[in-house]
Design a binder for this molecule. Structure first.
Ligand SMILES: [Zn+2]
Length: 143
C-alpha cells in the first residue's frame, strides 16, 4: 500500500488490512482516497467465529465464513461520515465506491447490505469465481 493511502487509515485498520486477500487490500488502497472508512475486521479465527455464531451475530459456523480464510476473503468496513450513526446514503456511497473500484480491477465484490435476508452493511466479500465454485464441487465429490 502506498504511503498516501496508509496515512488515511488508523493503525487498527492497517492491522486488519494485513489479513486481507490482496484484491481486497488493493481496493482499500484506492477507495480510501475517495472516501474515509475504517476496516474493523478482516480475518476471523476459530474462537471468535464460534463466539459470534453462538451469540447470533454471525449465522455461519467456523470455517464457513469468508472471514475465516487466511488471507481473508471478506472485510467489515465502517464509513466515516456522520459517525456514530452513518446514514443509509453514506453506507450506499461506500458500497458503490468499493464495488466500483473493484470493477476497475476486474474484481467483483458482494456487499452484505444488498442481501435480502439478514442484510449486513459492514460486510464486503469477494464474489467467488466460477472456477473456484467448480473446484469446490469437485473437491466435495472427491470426498
Ligand atoms: Zn463480515
Amino acid at each position: 500500500m502506498n504511503d498516501q493511502s496508509r496515512e488515511r487509515f488508523s493503525n487498527r485498520s492497517l492491522k486488519q488490512i494485513e489479513t486481507l486477500h490482496k484484491d481486497l487490500q488493493d481496493i482499500c488502497e484506492v477507495a480510501v482516497t475517495l472516501l474515509p472508512f475504517s476496516v474493523i475486521e478482516g480475518h476471523r479465527g476459530k474462537c471468535e467465529q464460534e463466539r459470534m455464531n453462538k451469540e447470533g451475530i454471525s449465522k455461519v459456523e467456523y470455517p464457513n465464513s469468508k472471514h475465516n480464510s487466511l488471507p481473508s476473503k471478506a472485510m467489515d468496513l465502517v464509513v466515516c461520515i456522520g459517525l456514530p450513526y452513518p446514514s443509509n446514503d453514506a453506507w450506499e456511497y461506500l458500497a458503490n465506491i468499493i464495488k466500483f473500484v473493484g470493477k476497475t480491477m476486474s474484481v467483483n465484490i458482494v456487499w452484505g447490505g444488498d442481501w435480502k435476508e439478514n442484510p449486513d452493511r459492514y460486510h464486503f466479500e469477494l464474489q467467488e469465481s466460477v472456477a473456484e465454485i467448480i473446484d469446490e464441487t469437485k473437491l466435495s465429490m472427491d470426498r
